[in-house]
Design a protein around this ligand. Structure first.
Ligand SMILES: N[C@@H](CCC(=O)N[C@@H](CS)C(=O)NCC(=O)O)C(=O)O
Length: 109
């Protein structure tokens, strides 16, 4: 029997509410320590993300520059379309408790 509309495990991770979850996108390259660091943080939190590997999809670099207001380094991370920044920005957001609320907000539409 399920009383709560969400799973206890999901609440512990602070991410999934019902079937809705934030859309997380990350632009990466293959040999990038900061990309691994950002992906590890997301993975440890149980967050699913869409990865755009610029080595495999070079055309995505222009898209990243547009969306990230010209920031050229990888990774660049977006949550529900909002620009978060790079790996350090993601880690700082997590440290100050700002990441979970963003992840808990379902993607619009
Ligand atoms: N502070 C940034 C550093 C990112 C960074 O330096 N990424 C390297 C790859 S691991 C990069 O894009 N280097 C190319 C460049 O600096 O133009 C972050 O935390 O994301």
């Amino acid at each position: 029997m399920r009383i709560l509309p969400f799973s206890v495990g999901a609440v512990a991770r602070g991410i999934k509410w019902g079937n809705e979850m934030a859309t997380v996108e990350i632009y990466t390259t293959m040999f990038c320590g900061f990309c691994y660091r950002a992906k590890r943080l997301l993975t440890e939190k149980g967050v699913e993300f869409v990865e755009y590997d610029l080595d495999e999809q070079p055309a995505k670099r222009t898209e990243m520059l547009d969306r990230a207001a010209g920031r050229r380094t990888v990774p660049q991370i977006f949550i529900n379309g909002a620009h978060i920044g790079g790996s350090d920005d993601l880690a700082a957001l997590e440290a100050e408790g700002g990441l979970d609320p963003l992840l808990a907000a379902a993607a619009p539409g």
